[in-house]
Design a protein around this ligand. Structure first.
Ligand code: FPP
Length: 231
């Protein structure tokens, strides 16, 4: 299929992933839950690399939702620890590969050292040609409410003005939304942005997600006819 906006043959510019199933992966492998998240970070690393190799302009990852604060303190602390390690270990690769880090959601309420690490990473990757957006303390309904309030303040509530105030305003339109682990729901992720996105669901648990799965999802996207409400 001929690509229109995208530089790659599949035609997609922006894919997003609800990375689900770390806990079930750990259980299935008789390992502690934290190990599922650890292996989840390895899947993040190879998927970021694959997204570049497959020509995506933007990859958005749901790493921590505004609802994830309801999880046990120990699990939250494990996830934040992994976040620290990931930034420290992978920032040089982001810079070397021209990857711009972006955060969606209100990350400023995270622990101060993580906020400082993220601010530093944002500044040092600002000139990257492709983007990896990480959703942290992100909730789509909250994002839409914030954007609508800003649009109202500016005196115009229209779909365009709301879109212009979303955290994702500077990203390409969302083409493809992927969710792993067999769950078929959006869980307060990119609700507005998904209006015309294609959806791709797989039973694969996130720690088992491979570049070939991303390629399969993009191939499936390339084969779908998008009509945007027309015919
Ligand atoms: C879902 O698995 C996964 C999460 C809630 C967190 C996703 C986080 C990572 C992959 C690691 C951190 C990310 C970065 C960018 C460093 P689950 O625990 O809900 O699994 P379950 O539904 O099987 O219990």
């Amino acid at each position: 299929m001929q690509s229109e906006g995208g530089g790659a043959g599949h035609g997609a510019r922006h894919a997003a992933i609800i990375m689900d199933g770390n806990g079930r992966w750990a259980k299935r492998n008789r390992l502690p839950r934290a190990m599922g998240h650890y292996r989840g970070v390895e899947a993040v690393r190879r998927t970021v690399r694959a997204a570049g190799a497959l020509g995506l302009e933007c990859l958005t990852l749901y790493a921590f939702s505004s609802e994830n604060w309801k999880r046990p303190e120990e699990e939250i602390s494990d996830l934040m620890g992994l976040m620290r390690k990931f930034i420290a270990s992978d920032l040089p690769e982001f810079i070397a590969n021209g990857v711009r880090l972006k955060i969606i959601g209100d990350y400023t309420v995270l622990e101060p050292d993580i906020v400082a690490m993220l601010d530093d990473a944002l500044a040092r990757t600002a000139n990257g040609q492709r983007t990896v957006a990480v959703a942290l303390n992100y909730g789509s309904q909250q994002e839409i409410a914030r954007a609508a309030a800003k649009a109202a303040q500016a005196g115009e509530i229209t779909p365009e003005s709301i879109s212009a105030h979303l955290d994702t305003a500077d990203l390409p339109p969302l083409d493809l939304l992927i969710r792993t682990s067999g769950e078929v729901r959006l869980s307060n992720f990119l609700l507005w942005q998904a209006a015309y996105a294609e959806m791709w669901f797989t039973d694969v648990l996130w720690p088992d997600f491979m570049p070939a799965h991303l390629e399969e999802a993009l191939n499936s996207f390339a084969g779908r006819e998008r009509r945007f409400g027309g015919r």
